[in-house]
Design a protein around this ligand. Structure first.
Ligand SMILES: [Zn+2]
Length: 122
């Protein structure tokens, strides 16, 4: 017989118990992909070489997760109530340390960061 384990509290749930499925899509949000004429003529090689060098030491999976990560969780009714009340502070002690990858700097180097697009012309 197939059993589900609550991803919140670890409680075992029987197939006919009420359980909740949480789907989480975490993806990088960036501004409009707008390039100026100047961007087309700019030499990106040095920037790309620096980026490759910087990310060479990173785990590809970790790098991928800075762009997109999907989760599916099974929750028991108790954890579902706790989750919808405060999704961002649901078991905060389970948080992991920072990966050390600066996604902001990466987007900025591509010239697609929203802050850069908002800058007035010099
Ligand atoms: Zn639970």
């Amino acid at each position: 017989m197939h059993h589900f384990i609550c991803d919140g509290c670890g409680r075992e749930m029987k197939p006919d118990d009420t359980r909740y499925r949480v789907k989480i899509d975490i993806r990088v949000a960036k501004g409009n992909l707008e390039f100026s004429l100047l961007d087309l003529f700019r030499d990106h090689r040095k920037e790309l070489e620096d980026l490759v060098k910087k990310f060479e030491s990173k785990d590809p999976k970790e790098l991928e997760e800075t762009i997109y990560k999907g989760f599916e969780l099974d929750l028991c009714p108790t954890c579902q109530r706790a989750y919808i009340r405060d999704p961002l502070r649901f078991h905060p002690e389970q948080g992991l340390p920072d990966t050390g990858i600066d996604i902001d700097a990466f987007l900025r180097s591509l010239g697609t960061h929203p802050d850069d697009l908002a800058e007035p012309d010099a």
